[in-house]
Design a protein around this ligand. Structure first.
Ligand SMILES: *[C@@H]1O[C@H](CO)[C@@H](O)[C@H](O)[C@H]1NC(C)=O
Ligand SMILES: *[C@@H]1O[C@H](CO)[C@@H](O)[C@H](O)[C@H]1NC(C)=O
Ligand SMILES: *[C@@H]1O[C@H](CO)[C@@H](O)[C@H](O)[C@H]1NC(C)=O
Length: 317
C-alpha cells in the first residue's frame, strides 16, 4: 500500500534505506545531519550551543543489537519511519556502528567507551546508545518494534518545538499513589521513543545517571551484567529514565516534580523544557492507564511490545 503512494525519488530513498538496514554493518545516513560541536557532556570548559536550537533535528535513530539477522517484521516497521517522514535522515546503528558512533562523537570521554566495551548485555547497550545519540545528535530515537502512525512534523507545533528540548510520552499511569508491583512506580515514561534536541540538559542528566548506574553494576570480573529485569529497569531502562527526568525537571524549575505530576495527563503538558505527552500518543492500546485503543485520533506511533516477548523472556529463564 505504501508503494502506491511513493514517488520515484522517495522509492529510491526507501530502497537505499532498506539496503542499509539489511547490510547491518554500517552507519548509513540518508540525509546526514550537520554534526554540530555539541559534545560537551561533563566538560564545562567546552563551548556549548545548548538551548539555541529552535527545531528538533529531522532525524530518526534506531538500533539493532547483538549483530543478529534483522527479521522481516522489524524491517517492515522500520520502513514506515522512512516512508512517512520524507526529508528526515534515518540511521540504524548496530552493535559495531554504535561503538564507532561513540568514538567519533565523544572522543574526549574514554570512560563512555570503556563502559560500552565492558557492558555484556545487549539490552543495557541498546538502552545506553539511545541516550548517547540523543545527546550527541538529537532527533527521534524509536525502538525497532514501533511504527510511525503520524508524520513526525505533525507531532508538535513550531511554537512548542521552540520552547522545549525534549518530548517524552507516558507509558503507564495507575492514576493513584498505587505502585505497580512489576514496575515499582505509580507512573512511568516511555523509553522506547524519545525526541530530543542535541545536548538537552535533561538527556545529559539521564546519560550521566545511566553511566553511573552501569559503573555501579560493573562489579563482575567479566564485565557489566544485569542479573535480573529489575536491574535492567533501574540501571538503564524506563525506571531510571523516568526518575532521572523527574530530578532534572525539578532542578530546572526549582520545585519538586514527582510521578504525581505525570498522572492524569490528558493534553501535552510542558514542565520546564520537557513536553510530556498523554499516554495514547506513544502508548495506545493498553488495557490500563486510560490508554485508548489503537487507531485513536491521538496516536502518533504504534508500539508492538516485541521487547516483552524477546529480551524479557531471556531474563525469565
Ligand atoms: C574539555 O574540552 C576541552 C576543549 O575541547 C578539551 O581540551 C579538554 O581536554 C576536555 N576535558 C575533558 C576532561 O574531557
Ligand atoms: C547561543 O545563544 C547565546 C545567547 O543567545 C549566544 O551567546 C551563544 O553564542 C550561542 N551559542 C552558539 C553555539 O550558537
Ligand atoms: C506537581 O504536583 C503537585 C501535587 O502533587 C502540584 O502541587 C504541583 O503544582 C505540580 N507541579 C507541576 C509543575 O505540575
Amino acid at each position: 500500500m505504501w508503494m502506491n503512494r511513493t514517488s520515484r525519488s522517495r522509492r529510491s530513498i526507501l530502497l537505499l534505506a532498506l539496503a542499509s538496514l539489511l547490510s547491518l554493518t554500517l552507519i548509513v545516513g540518508l540525509h546526514p545531519c550537520q554534526r554540530k560541536d555539541v559534545y560537551y557532556i561533563a566538560n564545562e570548559s567546552r563551548p556549548s550551543s545548548i538551548g539555541n536550537d529552535t527545531v528538533f533535528p529531522h532525524k530518526v535513530w534506531q538500533t539493532w543489537q547483538g549483530n543478529k539477522q534483522l527479521e522481516d517484521e522489524p524491517l517492515r516497521l522500520a520502513r514506515t519511519w522512512v516512508e512517512m517522514n520524507p526529508g528526515y535522515g534515518y540511521e540504524l546503528l548496530t552493535d559495531d556502528s554504535a561503538r564507532s558512533y561513540i568514538t567519533k562523537t565523544f572522543p574526549y570521554r574514554a570512560d563512555i567507551l570503556q563502559i560500552w566495551d565492558r557492558t555484556l548485555d545487549y539490552i543495557l547497550r541498546a538502552d545506553l546508545i539511545r541516550y548517547l545519540v540523543l545527546l550527541g545528535d538529537g532527533g527521534l530515537y524509536t525502538d525497532m518494534d514501533t511504527d510511525c502512525t503520524r508524520p513526525i512534523s505533525e507531532w508538535l507545533s513550531d511554537e512548542k518545538a521552540k520552547a522545549v528540548d525534549l518530548v517524552v510520552g507516558i507509558e503507564f499511569d495507575t492514576r493513584s499513589d498505587d505502585v505497580r508491583a512489576d514496575m515499582d512506580a505509580a507512573a512511568q515514561l516511555c523509553s522506547w521513543s524519545i525526541m530530543a534536541k542535541p545536548g538537552s540538559r535533561h538527556i545529559q542528566h539521564v546519560t550521566d545517571t545511566v553511566l553511573a548506574r552501569l559503573q555501579e553494576l560493573g562489579n563482575t570480573p567479566a564485565g557489566i551484567h544485569a542479573p535480573s529485569i529489575d536491574d535492567v529497569l533501574r540501571t538503564t531502562g524506563p525506571r531510571v529514565f523516568t526518575n532521572a527526568l523527574l530530578s532534572s525537571m525539578s532542578k530546572q524549575i526549582v520545585v519538586p516534580i514527582t510521578t504525581r505530576n505525570l498522572s492524569y495527563i490528558e493534553e501535552p503538558k510542558v514542565i520546564g523544557s520537557v513536553s510530556i505527552l498523554p499516554i495514547s500518543l506513544f502508548a495506545s492500546g493498553q488495557e490500563h492507564s486510560a490508554s485508548k485503543p489503537w487507531g485513536n485520533e491521538q496516536q502518533l506511533l504504534s508500539h508492538h511490545w516485541s521487547g516483552f516477548h524477546t529480551w524479557k523472556v531471556d531474563y525469565d529463564h
